[in-house]
Design a protein around this ligand. Sequence first.
Ligand SMILES: Cc1cc2nc3c(=O)[nH]c(=O)nc-3n(C[C@H](O)[C@H](O)[C@H](O)COP(=O)(O)O)c2cc1C
Length: 245
Amino acid sequence: MNDVIKLLLSHRSIRKFSDQAIDQETVNTIVAAGQAAATSSNLQGTTVIQVNNPDSRAELAQLAGGQKYVSTSSTFLVFCADVKRSAQACALQGGEFTPGMTEHFIIATVDVALFAQNCVIAAESLGLGICYIGGLRNNPADVSKVLDLPENVYPVFGLCLGYPEQDPEVKPRLPLDAVLMQDTYDESVLEAGIAQYDEHMRSYYRQRTGGKKDSNWSVEMKALVGKESRPHMRSFLHDQGFTMK
Ligand SMILES: Cc1cc2nc3c(=O)[nH]c(=O)nc-3n(C[C@H](O)[C@H](O)[C@H](O)COP(=O)(O)O)c2cc1C
């Protein structure tokens, strides 16, 4: 196994950071690594907002559901899907932007995910810890106000970065058999894969919490997909110009 794969397999989210700052040159290097990710049609639909203002950080921490590491991590980045810049380029050429296309929304959102994960790998390779913050989508309109986001731009998630002050275990993943299929989608592997993973996760949680957390993956999925999830997203995206044509 090479060092890159070792690094990937050792990922775990970090939610406690030391006070040590990350210098701006390092942040720039991390974001440049993000920019190097593949991007659909070279649209480059990502804008990263580095939030330095402590008041904004505190507000975003609240808007993300009271996640204090949003304000305590050394660096906090918000990854935005951005179709505005390409619309502007289109106008520069005398073209008329076609707003609201679902395909543009998908392109920009996928671009953001690839860009961010490149940043994560770069950061982890430098000994930093990270935690994605999808909690920003609890209150996306207020987050957009704090960041002054224009139409055709929306916050996909945030990213806390800093020097780790904890050393959690790697969280197990589903068995490969349940994820990697050959030629066609094979529903018959799901049940066994989930059962195996549930067992694995139950003992992982018990061990991590000294027996306090008695849960497993399917219990968590019931809580997640067994109810509506951020139902405000549709109208928020619509108001932001992503009308999904
Ligand atoms: C897009 C995205 C959003 C996430 N949002 C949050 C969040 O708001 N708060 C948090 O503590 N963790 C968040 N996470 C971290 C996940 O909970 C974590 O990645 C998952 O449980 C797997 O654990 P691991 O990263 O330690 O392997 C998010 C992860 C992703 C990819």
